[in-house]
Structures are given as C-alpha cells and as structure tokens.
Design a protein around this ligand. Structure first.
Ligand code: SF4
Length: 367
C-alpha cells in the first residue's frame, strides 16, 4: 500500500479502541498503524494491564505520550496546579484538551494522518474530530466509516458531478445503477443529507466508499495523498457484543473494571462496575460508579477526595457527602430501581444504567 500518510490509532484503555486495534491488525495486516496512548497519570491499573496485553497481541509498542512531560509532577497534577486547583468538569473540560488532545496533536505534528476511531455501529455519536486539516478520522466499526465533514463535502451540491462520475466508473449492479438517479438529486428540505447518505449506503457500502474516496482525491484531505485505501471494501458493522467477543477471542481480555460485581442493600440485589476507562476520578462517572470506586478501590477514592478542597468538588455533591452510609445506601437503591426499569423495557440486550451512560463523555478518554 502506498504510504504518503501515517495511520494512527489512539488506545484509551477502553474496550472499543482495544478491540479496534485487534480488528484492524487481523483484518488489514498491511496497514502500518502507529499506536499511542495519552497517559494522564491518573489511569486505572487495569488500563496498563490492557495496554501490556495489547502490545503482546500486536507485536508492537504502544507509544506513551504525556502532557507536560518535563514537569516533576505527573500530567494531571501539573495542570491542576496551573489551573490553581480548579478541577475539570463536563462544562470546563480542560483535562481532555490538555492531557489527551494536545499530546495527540503533538504526536501527529503536521504529517498527513488517518486516525482510526472505535465508535461502534450501535452508537449515535460523532466523537472527536480534530480541527487540524492534516488529521482525518475514520470509523471502521460503523456502516458509515467517514466523518461528518467528509460526508458534507461528498454530498455537497458542488461535488454532485464528481460523485456521479465516480459511481459511473464502477461496475454497478442494476439496483445500484438506479441509485444513480438519487446520487444526482441535490439535497433539499425533503431529501436531506442523512436521507441521501442512508439511501446510498443501503444500495452498497463499498460502492459509496469508493465514490467518496474518488471525490476526496481532489481535496486537501490526507486520503487524497494515496491512491488506495484498504477500508473501502469494508462492509462490517460492529456492535457492543462484537467488541467483547473480539477482546475475549484474541486473548487480550476485557478490562477487569467492566466486570459486574454484585451488591446487596435492604435485602435487594444489584450490580455495579465501571463503564469506562480514563482517570479514576473522572467527573463523567455516575453516582453508582463512585460507590463502586469507594467500595472496590477505597485507596483511589481517598485520593480523589484529596483533590476536593477550597470549594472545588468533582460534582455538585462532595465525595465526603457521597461516602456517608445513608447516601451510599440510597445511591444503590436508586441504581437497582433504574436497572429494573431498564430491564423491564429492554429489547434483546439487557443494557443497564451503566452501559447506557458510556456514550457520554469524550472519545479521546473512553473509546
Ligand atoms: S478521563 Fe475524565 S477526568 Fe480524565 S481526562 Fe478524560 S474527561 Fe478528564
């Protein structure tokens, strides 16, 4: 494969990026992928175990990037000092920017890069898209592997004739040939971008990918710098169950914090676990995950508490309040109630409240 571009994959410590690395290694061994991990200095121990297992599987080192690497403090503590003790939150997320995105962009530099992102086919989110024009995100687990900006470009009225020509070059089936009429129809209020995209993907994912790739050849996107791209034929869509299967079948294993642990309160049984990777004190955690940390990793909970001072807390209630026995009891009861409601209304998957929460937050930290 021509290689004027770099291929990179960020390992977050979460299940989806790990499964993506395994999937791409086994399905597209010809891709020379560079793996990296932006270490905040506050990761769970299980994250380092996963990274070590992955390195063994991939036969390749995962490059560790650290923000403020010259500081005597670890990355997070360095920036907490810089911000005067001001803790990050979902509305002031300096941590993602400083500890994940900036080290990633430094790692990439100005090279043209394809960045593979493990957002699954059963998720409805876009994930982080770099504003740097030399970085192009690709989503191999989704039916639509392209980022939103690429789709806008490809389906834009200015690209219409190029798209039609790109389809015409292909050896189309009768059904796909009929789709050409739709391809040539400009977007409108009654025929919007999502509608058109779905129609084209329904008619043939590989055909759409090849046409989109052709349109991109006349742009400044990194993929314009290569004449071929292995994933154009990819028609796979991978969902949550596939991710767990890939991790288990490969021998890499599922990070231990995903494993559900049973608890009992007032004679009722419930389960808790952690839903995602990232810092042990991440403010995206649900209350029941904080209880999990308090009971399963009391040392880490105590360390999270140490950051809460001078009015700065990880959420609206302090960890001192959350750890009170009556509050722990109530959080567990709430979790049991929410899980039973979810179970009563769920379809084929027994998704619980924790699984449901995993789509919140940041692709750089949790995928
Ligand atoms: S895991 Fe949470 S606390 Fe850590 S960098 Fe990401 S968003 Fe911030």
């Amino acid at each position: 494969m021509s290689s004027n571009i770099r291929h990179v994959l960020g390992i977050s410590g979460g299940k989806d990026s790990a499964a993506l690395a395994i999937y791409l290694r086994s399905k597209y061994p010809q891709l020379d992928i560079e793996y990296y991990f932006c270490d905040t200095g506050k990761e769970l121990e299980e994250t380092y175990t996963l990274i070590s297992n992955l390195e063994n599987y991939l036969g390749k080192k995962i490059k560790v990037e650290r923000a403020a690497a010259d500081s005597p403090e670890n990355s997070f503590d360095h920036f907490v000092q810089v911000y005067g003790g001001y803790l990050p939150s979902s509305s002031a997320r300096w941590c993602t920017k400083k500890l994940k995105l900036e080290p990633f962009e430094k790692f990439v530099g100005n090279d043209p890069v394809v960045s593979y992102v493990g957002i699954r086919g059963d998720e409805d989110r876009e994930g982080y898209i770099s504003r740097k024009s030399n970085i192009q995100s690709i989503f191999p687990f989704r039916r639509n592997i392209w980022s939103e900006d690429v789709i806008q470009k490809v389906l834009h009225v200015d690209s219409l004739s190029k798209l039609v020509k790109a389809y015409e070059k292909q050896d189309l089936t009768e059904k796909q040939a009929r789709i050409l009429a739709a391809v040539a129809t400009p977007l409108s209020r009654s025929f919007n971008q999502t509608h058109k995209l779905n129609l084209l993907l329904d008619a043939g994912i590989a055909a759409f990918n090849k046409a989109a790739f052709e349109v991109l050849q006349e742009t400044l996107y990194p993929l314009a710098k290569t004449s071929e791209f292995a994933l154009l034929d990819n028609e796979d869509t991978l969902v949550r169950d596939d991710i767990f299967r890939i991790l288990r079948d490969s021998g890499v294993g599922v990070p231990a914090y995903y494993e559900k642990i049973e608890f009992e309160v007032d004679g009722q049984k419930g389960e808790y676990s952690r839903s995602r990777s990232g810092c042990f004190f991440c403010f995206f955690q649900q209350k029941i995950e904080w209880v999990w940390l308090y009971e399963q990793h009391p040392d880490l909970f105590a360390r999270a508490m140490e950051y809460e001072r001078q009015g700065y807390t990880w959420m609206e209630e302090s960890l001192v309040e959350l750890a009170k026995p009556e509050r722990v009891r109530q959080i567990k009861l709430d979790a049991i109630k929410k899980a039973s409601k979810k179970t009563a209304s769920s379809s084929i998957y027994l998704l619980d409240i924790i699984d449901e929460a995993e789509e919140e937050g940041c692709a750089s930290c949790f995928i």
